[in-house]
Structures are given as structure tokens and as C-alpha cells.
Write a protein that binds this ligand. Sequence first.
Ligand code: SF4
Length: 347
Amino acid sequence: MGMESRFVEKLTEDTVRCTICPRMCTVKPGGKGFCGTKENVDGKLLSLTYGQLSALAVDPIEKKPLAHFHPGSMSLSVSSVGCSFTCPWCQNYHMSMSNLEQSRTRFMHPEEVVKAAMAQECASVSYTYNEPLINLNFVEDTARFAHESEIKNVLVTNGYVSIPALERVVDVIDAANVDWKAFNQEFYRKYCSGELQSVLDATEHMKQNGVHVEVTFLVIPETNDSPDETREMARYIVEHLGPETPLHLSRFFPMYKFQHVPPTPVETLVRAREIAMEEGVRYVFVGNVRSGGYEDTVCHVCGKPVISRSGYTITGWYLDEEKRCVHCGSQIPVVGRREFHRENYVL
Ligand code: SF4
């Protein structure tokens, strides 16, 4: 079962190295890589999760979250199992910390995925829920079929990917929400078994290659919520990704192995938003908090809402045809036009 991985180096006659993520697992015959989705069978590295979908759903693009990419459109979300990280607060741990033996999956060919997206009038396919980059053969094949049908491709990712692997697929990725877990290396090693710098490099590489990038940061009490860390991250975004890069500060709720940690106080999130904006990030959203207007896109010049939202729904649109603020005329960097979706989706 599985497809031979394209992201591989032969080390000896029967030992191979997976080159998808910076972990660069050496896999001996009969062994698997860290994420559990790559297996060495007779000296060949197989991608076990190719086409094996753990979930198929239609989501508003705002749920990814992407605030400035085809607002109001729907996206076909596809996921499999496994992850390259070990975050103990994972919201999708039943998929990300699972493997094929423990999960119910169904096979879908990339072409079928794209047909489903078209049938559901989705503007994009989102590779999401579990870490999609570990399933890069499948992402690449589906994304190429999608582009042939003028469907966009969205990655919802931890950004832990090697630059050569990313280079192979970046031309067919239209947008990415990259989940930065913290802005300190020690945290990445302790909780995620990963490396911050690799994530930053991959995020910047996407941006430089024309991908619409938005960053999510889950603010966890007494773990990654210090004002200094937020400030440092905001400076990095402005310098390396640009001040127009949307930043989603997300509220933590107890989950998985982090049941003992309380929800993030709303004041912490509001203060983090202020700090990020002080440092020059223009569009900062607070996720999982339904009041206060923190889900709105606010014009960076006049301070008035230009896209109002309630949850994942757009409730007000104050941009002209050229996507300028109707109040002051400032250009707002939104990709695509506002889209409207139908009410019912059946998969
Ligand atoms: S994708 Fe999986 S097998 Fe490949 S290097 Fe990363 S963790 Fe290892």
C-alpha cells in the first residue's frame, strides 16, 4: 500500500532518507519515519497516506483562517493522518497523532478531490486538519489537477518543510496559513520537537514565491504569551513578510494533553494585538473571541472596518471595486473579490 515518495535520498542499498521536512528521517528497511506516514519497504520509501482521507468537508475560507484570500468563498477541506510535530495542545490530535491502523480513512484519487470541489462550487481545496506537508506527493498531484480546473490551493500548515521540497510544489500553492507555535526556539524543541528557524525560512520562501501568506499564533497562557515574544514576532513579520501580512492571534482552550492550562484571558489577546499593531503589523485578528470587533478587517489608515465579520460570516463589505477603503480610499491588500456561497453542502 502507498505510493513511492518523490522526496527521498538513497543512503545505502536499502536505507533511505525522507527529505520532506527538516527532520530528514533516516528510514531503515521495515522502519517508518517520525510522522509515521513513510515506510521503507524493500529499500523504497513509501508514502502510506497518499489519497487516504480522514476528513472531507466544505468550510468557509475564513475558517482556515484566511481573512484576505477570496473572502466569502468556500473551500473543500481534505486531511489525512499524522504530523511532523508533537504539540500537546493539538486541536486535531485524533487525526494528527493517529495512524492508518487507528483511523478510518477512505481513498480518493486527486482527480476525484478536484471534482468534488467543483461539484460543491468551492473556490479552493484546503490541505488541512492534520499536517499536509508530510503527504506532499498527494498535495502536489491534487494541486496540479486543481489548477487545471482553475481551483486554488490552500495549505494550512505548521510550515515545517525543507526548502527543496517546498520548491517543488510552491508554484501550485496559492495561499497558506502558517501556524507559528511560538517565537522562541526552546519552545519549539520542548513542545513540538521542531525548529523555529526552519518554519520561518519556509514561510518567507512561500511569500517570496507569490503565495498569499497569513500567520496564526495560538496564544497559550504562561507558555508563549509574553509581550516581549509577541513584539519580537511582530517585528519579524514586518521585516520579513511585510506589514500587510495578516496575523491571527488565536485564543487557547484546554485540549489534548494541555487540559490543565486555562483558556487565554481575552485581555492577553487584546494586549498582544495592540503590541503587534504598535510594531507595524496592519491587520491583526483575534480568533475564538466573538465580541469586540476583533474579527474585522480594519483600514490601516483611517481605522474604520472595511470587512466586518461575525464568526466565519462576512456581515459588512466596505471596499470599492478596486478594493479601496470606501471611507478614505486606501488600498487594502485582498486577493480576489468577495464571493457568496450557497447555503447547503452535501458530501
Ligand atoms: S515527513 Fe515524516 S518521515 Fe519525512 S522527514 Fe518529516 S517526519 Fe520524517
